[in-house]
Design a binder for this molecule. Structure first.
Ligand code: ASP
Ligand code: MG
Length: 409
């Protein structure tokens, strides 16, 4: 049985942490598994490198930045191989290049084009445990590239797929994916299983368990992911294709506090207005999420939409300019809002789920400002001051909390 195990930066924060991980790898090897290890950079060292680059140049070259950032993972892979050897586990570190990971030229967010695992297979065949530097690959011309922040997840999944591994385990400092952020909802419980689409929705809501591109890749290749904690033996969460018929309507709830609501009041009810506004925003690279256009009255419309809070400064002049062009009345910007979402592939074809979400918010006295839905998600924009209360209310209404006895255990 071949297992790929990926360890994130928080599991590798110090020499002691590295040794702890090496012991875990050794335990798996001693049990008779073939293990391929993928490591992130130690602790926050990638951030530290980004900071250093910023002191050299206001706009560092993307190629040089990748050359630099890839060194974090190079370090931890060599250190891990040394630790394993010392523990009597023959090991060999691999750069992205040696692991056969070929990517596009989009430095900083390169996509994997191909994985040729022949060197990995050779090492495995002679009983070596490969330790791959995550996050890095190489372009066709041999330049080092990186796979976007959190990209070691993608390395692990792509390698597991190329090797036809039996399992791909992603270790971090949390025991998998929870029904809600446990820091906000103390009764949140770990999920046994989650579909790729649910995980993608959660990730886009800000749950930072797995890199989004990695989940997309896993979905495309149908690689099941086992998200587990380095620091406990809990089983964690499996992310895989799952049968929505047998699932609860809502699997998890998520909160995004970092959004803003923009409203254009009194714009002409005429063709081309929305096209102009959202075309200009797209051109500026502003991501728009929920959009509401109310029923028009007196040939005038109100259009409201949400964006990421960090984009407000970029969006404001664009929207002001559009409003002038279309002869609209005024612009309101509200940065005191938040988005709560209920996510679950079990809501497919099951009526009444949205009503239960709204009922939960009503019982908590939370006013809903905007509503958006997708096939497996219901989102509400609410006042930011109500965010925690709203999240807990929906979590409770769908019975997602661990029972009292479970909490006491
Ligand atoms: N070290 C990189 C980062 O911090 C990649 C990773 O951790 O997966 O984003
Ligand atoms: Mg990291």
């Amino acid at each position: 049985m071949l297992i790929v195990q990926k360890y994130g930066g928080s599991s590798l924060g110090s020499a002691g942490h590295l040794l702890n991980v090496a012991r875990k790898v050794k335990a798996a090897v001693d049990q008779g598994y073939q293990v391929v290890v993928v490591v992130s950079a130690m602790g926050d060292s990638t951030d530290a490198l980004v900071g250093l680059a910023g002191q050299m140049s206001t706009v560092p070259s993307a190629r040089e930045l990748d050359q630099l950032l890839s060194t974090g993972e190079t370090q931890s892979s060599a250190l891990m191989a040394m630790a394993l050897e010392q523990m009597g586990v023959p090991a060999k570190s691999f750069s992205g290049r040696l692991a056969g990971i070929v990517t596009t030229y989009d430095y900083g967010k390169a996509r994997i084009e191909q994985v040729d695992p022949k060197e990995l297979r050779k090492a495995l065949a002679v009983g070596l445990t490969p330790v791959i530097a995550g996050f890095q690959g190489v372009t066709q011309s041999g330049d080092v590239s990186t796979l976007g922040r959190g990209g070691s997840d993608l390395t692990a999944i792509a390698v597991a797929n190329a090797l036809g591994a039996d399992r791909c385990e992603i270790y971090s400092d949390v025991a998998g994916v929870f029904t809600a952020d446990p820091r906000i909802v103390p009764s949140a419980s770990p999920l046994d299983i989650l579909s790729y689409d649910e995980m993608l929705e959660l990730a886009s809501q800000g749950a930072q368990v797995l890199q989004t591109q990695a989940v997309e890749f896993a979905k495309g290749q149908q690689v099941p992911i086992y998200a587990r904690s380095t620091f406990s033996d809990e089983p964690g969460t499996v992310i895989a294709e799952s049968d929505s018929m047998e699932k609860p309507a809502v699997t998890a709830v998520a909160l995004n506090r970092h959004i803003a609501k923009l409203g254009l009041i009194g714009v002409p009810d005429a063709p081309g207005v929305a096209a102009l506004l959202f075309g200009e925003l797209a051109e500026q690279g502003v991501n728009v999420e929920l959009i509401i256009q109310a029923v028009s009255h007196n040939q005038l419309n109100d259009i409201a939409f949400t964006i990421e809070e960090q984009d407000v400064n970029k969006a404001e002049p664009v929207v002001t300019e559009c409003l002038k062009k279309m002869g609209g009345q005024s612009l309101v910007i509200d940065t005191e809002v938040a988005k709560v979402s209920a996510i679950g592939s079990g809501m497919l074809g099951r009526p009444g789920v949205a009503a239960r979400v709204f009922q939960a918010l009503a019982s908590g006295g939370v006013n809903i400002q905007m509503i958006g839905t997708s096939e497996i998600k219901i989102s509400c924009i609410i006042a930011r001051a109500d965010a925690e209360k709203a999240l807990a209310a929906i979590h409770d209404a769908f019975g997602l909390g661990a029972s009292e006895e479970m909490l006491e255990e």
